[in-house]
Write a protein that binds this ligand. Structure first.
Ligand code: MLT
Ligand code: MN
Ligand code: ZN
Length: 305
């Protein structure tokens, strides 16, 4: 399995267009040791070159352009076999609307995520220029299913879907009740065994399922949105804590880093908010990650499992 990180930041990216925090200002000025990042998305392929994206971000066009294996092979012939969504936040799926050039799309998501994206969404009709342009594949909780080639044959990759603490997307908070399918983690492995990739970019709170994913994954991408629970409050940005936003912060006695530190497999944080001090290569918080053996995802990161 080959994994290529197309984007590693949380919604808004790094720097974020309207943000004057120390990180964003320092990155623009070139005065901090940090790299720009686009919104979190990972491309993965089996050994036969069938490519899948986890997330379709608002920056998908640039992200696809940045990686030659995702360039078209012939006229109107994308190597992209499918797109997988782990929740229905806009930074995860808004890029679908940028893929409306009559290319058949295969999208893997839970029913609850599919509803959030498609129901009462008149812009979604832009993805129905041709009959059957989008095919949804239901991710069943606790189920394992093969990822399919563009012509619907099984690839060697099997995905297992695990519900984890999360929340409904912001834009639906007043409309829909929370549902167990709102936010999932993925385990991806090759048929018949072999190393296992874990993907959990939005983790709302500690949970036994999280412990199990950490245990099972040989390489795990994990929620690195915030370092501290009051990160935004301390900067005077809004009134929400990290936990209010369903992102378990990394730092502190009860932070996710303490849990990640107990594992000996490869652990990489992703979906990093622009305010997070771990974005600076030389910050004390970054040093704590390093001491725990936890890596920080960056755009262009390559992993072969
Ligand atoms: C999140 O990760 O919490 C969401 O992407 C926030 C948002 O939708 O702006
Ligand atoms: Mn997000
Ligand atoms: Zn910022």
């Amino acid at each position: 399995m080959r994994i290529h990180v197309l984007g590693s930041a949380a919604g808004g990216g790094f720097p974020q267009w309207n943000c004057g925090c120390t990180n964003c200002v320092g990155l623009r000025a070139g005065t901090i040791a940090a790299a720009a990042r686009t919104q979190a998305s990972v491309a993965l392929s089996d050994n036969e070159g069938h490519w899948f994206l986890i997330h379709a971000t608002p920056e998908i066009s640039a992200q696809l352009a940045s990686f030659a294996p995702l360039h078209p092979r012939a006229i109107r012939d994308s190597p992209l076999a499918g797109i997988i969504l782990t929740n229905a936040d806009l930074d995860q799926w808004l890029g679908l609307l940028s893929l409306r050039e009559s290319q058949p799309l295969h999208v893997y998501a839970t029913d609850s995520v599919r509803h959030a994206v498609t129901k009462d969404n008149r812009w979604y009709r832009a993805l129905h220029r041709t009959p059957g342009q989008v095919t949804w594949h239901e991710l069943k909780l606790h189920g394992s299913q093969p990822l399919l080639t563009a012509d619907q044959r099984s690839t060697q990759l099997v995905v297992t879907t695990i519900p984890i603490p999360g929340k409904v997307p912001l834009y639906l908070e007043d409309d829909v009740k929370p549902h167990i399918e709102d936010n999932v983690a993925l385990l991806v492995s090759e048929m018949g065994g072999g190393p296992c990739l874990g993907y959990a970019p939005s983790v709302g709170a500690p949970d036994p399922e999280i412990e199990r994913i950490v245990e099972l994954a040989d390489c795990l991408f994990f929620d690195g949105t915030f370092w501290s629970n009051d990160e935004l409050l301390a900067l005077g940005i809004g009134a929400k804590t990290a936990c209010d936003m369903a992102h378990w912060p990394l730092g502190g006695k009860n932070g996710s880093l303490a849990m990640l530190a107990r594992s000996s497999s490869r652990r990489i944080v992703i979906h990093i908010n622009n305010t997070n001090p771990i974005l600076r290569d030389d910050s004390p918080e970054r040093r704590q990650l390093k001491q725990a053996g936890v890596e920080v995802a960056y755009d262009g990161m390559e992993i072969v499992l």
